[in-house]
Structures are given as structure tokens and as C-alpha cells.
Design a binder for this molecule. Structure first.
Ligand SMILES: Cc1cc2nc3c(=O)[nH]c(=O)nc-3n(C[C@H](O)[C@H](O)[C@H](O)COP(=O)(O)OP(=O)(O)OC[C@H]3O[C@@H](n4cnc5c(N)ncnc54)[C@H](O)[C@@H]3O)c2cc1C
Length: 540
């Protein structure tokens, strides 16, 4: 979160509009400050610095999927690019995600002989957004449908390994789910070397805190702060700035403005996404959409296999197994929540180590060993079962993502859960399942009729567990308003000159229904925002 000193100054929209009218056409002067009529001030950001410390054509704020794509495409278009990233490494949430990118019309899709259209994609994305679908901006979804496939081709061309597309029947009518391979942590290395090859200057541990604008609100640079020395770096952007700083999930105070303190306290997947990019845009008059979507808390288990990210928190969570009869317990082995209710993440916040574990028996496990009953999508996970991007129980066991024990005690020992507590909880649960009533937490279902597990309890060994499972906010969909050129819009729908955004903080009312749509938007919006910023005329 920006410190008191970093915090951008407030802008009055009325003053800006007045300033824009007065200042229009005056930008051609050699000194921008001199071109402003005194009556128009103040507008935009702080005064321009007396001296710029660095200079580029395009400055990109944020080095996740959106930012790296923007920096790369701008550099490919011949621009001199500076990329700012608060964290010590590139990747952001885009390197922690499952790795699905759902888009139509890629070469990989065509190689499978699949016939698809952008229009069908739009229908499927809007349908997958459920009740929110009717609010979605069709123009932006159409834009994604038209450009998502070529973005996947572009990434492949740069050396990013992508496999598929695989099916996702509940979201997409044909195979569109492409997967980053071997997982989502691989692409930053590829894009980093590609960017360096094109001369992009990457400033890690450097946070963008404020946009510089002229008096007619043309964005002309970025104030950044070196996170180690706390020194200010003023960077001139001759052509444009791309905001690609992710969402606000890492900023508890910001979230508290839109949700309960309990929800706001749930940690983010990527804590560096502290809403500072959104604030930078808001401070120069950007319109904001969906501030009510601060992100809902969910549960996620650690990734199978070795940790793959800077934070080691890549994640998956098979809620379907709870439908079939799995339970959640804490480190003491005790159940603590109605597993079928909406409060599992907040209840987990109250447990020892803020963690829980999912437990089930061999009956449930074998159901999830037969396609199409899958545990989760995950790149490369289906190598044991041969199901591509989808993993079954045995796939996850082979990657250490699910642990087993011949007895409850052995499983507890393997997981570091109290064995007596777990045995007691399972005996109790088996009784509740038989009676069809959970007096402790009021869970309404005790298995699934289609799976034949109603009332079956947890009785047949071996027994299975995955965890520790942590509560986290995965993403929030509040965003700056953008158009199909990725220009950031003001509340009157007018582009703010020189300012572009993409990814989680730049999708406007493009509601990313269905798995893989966020990453499709991330790379696509970043690529085209960078290209468009690079095509601008220099402001001075
Ligand atoms: C566990 C999990 C699984 C997911 N799985 C999928 C999936 O499989 N498919 C899918 O489509 N979506 C998935 N998502 C969502 C998807 O990961 C995000 O929508 C996407 O990564 C957002 O990309 P971004 O570039 O906007 O943000 P990020 O990738 O987070 O990049 C933002 C970057 O900006 C940096 N930053 C922030 N503020 C500043 C600042 N002021 N100055 C400089 N740098 C700054 C951050 O450190 C970060 O590196 C998943 C999300 C999670 C958490």
C-alpha cells in the first residue's frame, strides 16, 4: 500500500475538464508547464519534476502477465520500454495461477481441426458469467474472442510452451482451454529473456506510485519508488504509460471500503497487488467499474509437486470432492464448519495455522479416478491418466499433491494432524452421515446420489488427504474502465491521453466468465495495450 508520502494527490474532475478545454491545442509548446493557462491549474498529478531520472517511449507499471506482454509487444514495435515491478521477480499472480488460457482461433485449436468463431466464444463467456453475464460488455468480450487466439500464437512464437486446447464442457462448446506448460511459473523466464533481447529495461523492486500529467491531463510519466533505498525515480514516458499492476486483493484497508473487515483480512494470492495501480489511475480521473467486486474468499491447497513460485502458493481446490462426501478438518483433526456452506474460508481463518485439510476414503477417491470426474485442471497433471490438462486422484498422488494412509492414524501421521482427534472426528461424521443429520455444523448433504455415496461416511481404506489448505482472495474484478484500444476512460467515456491499462485492473465491464478467461484477457490486453502505446506520437 502506498505510504502517506507516496499517496497520489486528489484530482478534481471539473478542474480537469475546464483545464482540458483551456489547454487543448496548447501542447505543441516546448515546455509543457509553460503551455498551461494559469486558470486551468491544477489538474492531473503533481507538478512535473524539474529533471527526469529516466526516459522511455513506453513505461509499463507491473510485471505480471499483462505487464510483460505489454512491455514485449511495445518493444517489438520499436519502442524503448521501461518495466516497473514492485516484487523481486516477474510473474505476479499470472505465475501463481493454474495456467489455463481459454480463447478461440489459435493455431493449436486449428491443428486439432476444431471449427470455432469469436461469436460462439462471446456467447459461452457471457453464459459462463451466470447472473453477471447480462452486465458484461459484449464489445470487449468480442475483442477478446477476436484477439485471444493470435495472442496464444504470439506467446508460442516467443517460446512460451502451451499445450491443448483441452475441453471444458460446462464453459465451452469446443476445446479452447490452452495450458501453460509445465506450469504457470515457466512463462516469466521466457518473456524475460525475450524482453531483454529487445532491450526492455526491467526495474525490479521498483514501485509505480503516481502518474505525471500535463495540465490537459496527458499522461507523460511515472513517479516510482525504489523499494530498497526508498529513493524516488521520475521516469518520462514519451509516448504512453501502461498500467498493469493487478488488482487490490493485497490491500486490506482498500478492501475494507467495500466489504466486511473479516473478508478484507483474508490474504491475497499475490500480496504485491495492493491496488496502487488502480489508485494511480483514479488519481488522474479514470472511471472505475465493479468496485463491489473486491474478491470473495476461497480455499486453495498447495500445488502438487515442488513449489513453483516466488511465494510457493500455487493453488487448486476440488470442491466437487466435498459434494461426494469429503470433509474438512483442522490440525487437531476436528471438523469446524459446514463444508457445503459459503463460510469455509472465513472459518479456516480461525483455525490453527489458518489451515485445514480435506479427508476422504477410497470410495470417493475411485470416483475421481474415472474421467470425466476430475480433481482439478493443472498443467501436465494428466500424464499418469493420459487426460492432458485434467488430473485424477492418481495423477495428484504421483505429484505428491494428495497423500494417502492405510489407516486413519497413518494418514494423520503423514499430514501432521492429531491422530486421536481425526479418528474421533471421522467416527462422529460416520454417525451423522448414517443419520443424515449434522448437529454440529448443519451440513445439509452427506454424499451425492449420482456417486452412490449418500450416508456412506469415511470408512473404506486407504484414506486420502490434501492440504494444508489456506484461505485466500484469488482475484478481484474491480477495474479501470477501458475501450477496445485499451485506453483508460474517464467517467465521461473519454480516453485519458497517453494512458492504457489491461489485465485485472484494466478490463472495464468485460466480465471474464468461465475458467481461463482471465488469463486470456491478461495476455491479450497486455499485448495490445503495449502495441497501441508504442504507436502513439511522442508528446514532446
Ligand atoms: C490461484 C489462482 C489460480 C488462477 N488460475 C487461473 C487460470 O487458470 N486461468 C485464468 O484465466 N485465470 C486464473 N487466475 C486469475 C489470473 O491469474 C489473473 O486474472 C491474472 O494473473 C491477472 O494478471 P495481471 O497481469 O492483471 O496481474 P498480475 O499477474 O498479478 O501482475 C500484476 C503485477 O503488478 C505488480 N505491481 C502491483 N502494483 C505495482 C506497482 N504500483 N508498481 C509496480 N508493480 C506493481 C505485482 O507485483 C504483479 O507482479 C487465477 C488466480 C489465482 C490466484
Amino acid at each position: 500500500m502506498p505510504s502517506e508520502n507516496d499517496r497520489p494527490k486528489k484530482i478534481s474532475r471539473r478542474e480537469f475538464v475546464k483545464g482540458a478545454a483551456v489547454g487543448a491545442g496548447a501542447l505543441a509548446g516546448t515546455s509543457v508547464l509553460a503551455s498551461c493557462a494559469p486558470a486551468a491549474a491544477p489538474s492531473g498529478s503533481a507538478e512535473l519534476p524539474a529533471k527526469w531520472d529516466k526516459e522511455a517511449d513506453v513505461v509499463v507499471v507491473g510485471g505480471g502477465g499483462t505487464g510483460c506482454a505489454a512491455a514485449m509487444s511495445a518493444a517489438e514495435a520499436g519502442a524503448k520500454v521501461i518495466l516497473l515491478e514492485t516484487a523481486p521477480g516477474l510473474g505476479g499472480e499470472s505465475s501463481l495461477c493454474v495456467g489455463s488460457i481459454s480463447a478461440p482461433l489459435s493455431s493449436l485449436q486449428k491443428e486439432q481441426g476444431i471449427s470455432d468463431t469469436a461469436e460462439d466464444y462471446v456467447e459461452d463467456v457471457i453464459h459462463s458469467a451466470g447472473a453477471n453475464g447480462s452486465r458484461s460488455d459484449r464489445t470487449l468480450v468480442q475483442f477478446l474472442g477476436e484477439n485471444g487466439g493470435s495472442t496464444i500464437d504470439w506467446l508460442v512464437g516467443l517460446g512460451v510452451e502451451i499445450r491443448g486446447p483441452f475441453e471444458y464442457p460446462t464453459h465451452h462448446r469446443v476445446n479452447r482451454m490452452h495450458m501453460l506448460y509445465p506450469n504457470a511459473s515457466a512463462w516469466p523466464k521466457v518473456l524475460r529473456s525475450a524482453m531483454e533481447g529487445k532491450g526492455v529495461e526491467i526495474l525490479l523492486e521498483t514501485k509505480g506510485v503516481e502518474l505525471y500529467t500535463t495540465c490537459d491531463n496527458r499522461v507523460v510519466g511515472v513517479k516510482a519508488v525504489d523499494q530498497l533505498s526508498q529513493e524516488t525515480i521520475n521516469i518520462k514516458a514519451n509516448k504512453g504509460v501502461v498500467l498493469a499492476a493487478g488488482d487490490l486483493t493485497g490491500n486490506e484497508e482498500f478492501k475494507k471500503r467495500f466489504t466486511s473487515p473479516e473478508n478484507a483480512a483474508v490474504p491475497a494470492a499475490h500480496a504485491f497487488n495492493d491496488g496502487s495501480g488502480l489508485q494511480m489511475g483514479m488519481a488522474v480521473g479514470a472511471d472505475v467499474t465493479r468496485l463491489d467486486s473486491y474478491g470473495s474468499p476461497g480455499l486453495r491447497a498447495a500445488a502438487p509437486g515442488p513449489n513453483v513460485s516466488v511465494t510457493g502458493k500455487q493453488a487448486w481446490m476440488p470442491y466437487g470432492m466435498m459434494d461426494a462426501g469429503a470433509i474438512l478438518v483442522n490440525k487437531d483433526g476436528a471438523r469446524f464448519v459446514n463444508e457445503k456452506g459459503s463460510g469455509t474460508a472465513l472459518a479456516t481463518m480461525e483455525q490453527p495455522d489458518r489451515s485445514c485439510y480435506m479427508i476422504y476414503d477410497d470410495v470417493v477417491a475411485q470416483i475421481f479416478n474415472k474421467y470425466p470426474m476430475v480433481v482439478s485442471s493443472y498443467p501436465g497433471i494428466g500424464e499418469v491418466s493420459g487426460q492432458g490438462g485434467w488430473g485424477m486422484v492418481d495423477d495428484f498422488i504421483s505429484r505428491n499433491g494428495i497423500k494417502t494412509g492405510e489407516t486413519i492414524e497413518a494418514l494423520a501421521g503423514e499430514m501432521g494432524i492429531d491422530p486421536a482427534g481425526l479418528k474421533d472426528a471421522i467416527e462422529k461424521w460416520n454417525g451423522y452421515a448414517e443419520e443424515g443429520e449434522d448437529p454440529d455444523f448443519g451440513r445439509p448433504t452427506f454424499g451425492h446420489p449420482d456417486a452412490g455415496t449418500v450416508g456412506a461416511g469415511i470408512k473404506v481404506g486407504p484414506f486420502y488427504c490434501h492440504g494444508p489448505i489456506k484461505p485466500m482472495i484469488l482475484l478481484a474484478d474491480c477495474s479501470l474502465a477501458v475501450n477496445t484500444s485499451l485506453q483508460v476512460l474517464d467517467p465521461y467515456g473519454e480516453p485519458i491521453p497517453g494512458l492504457y491499462a489491461g489485465g485485472n485492473m484494466g478490463h472495464g465491464m468485460m466480465i471474464a466468465g468461465g475458467h481461463g478467461t482471465h488469463m486470456a484477457w491478461t495476455f491479450t490486453s497486455g499485448r495490445l495495450a503495449g502495441e497501441n502505446a508504442a504507436a502513439l506520437e511522442p508528446w514532446s
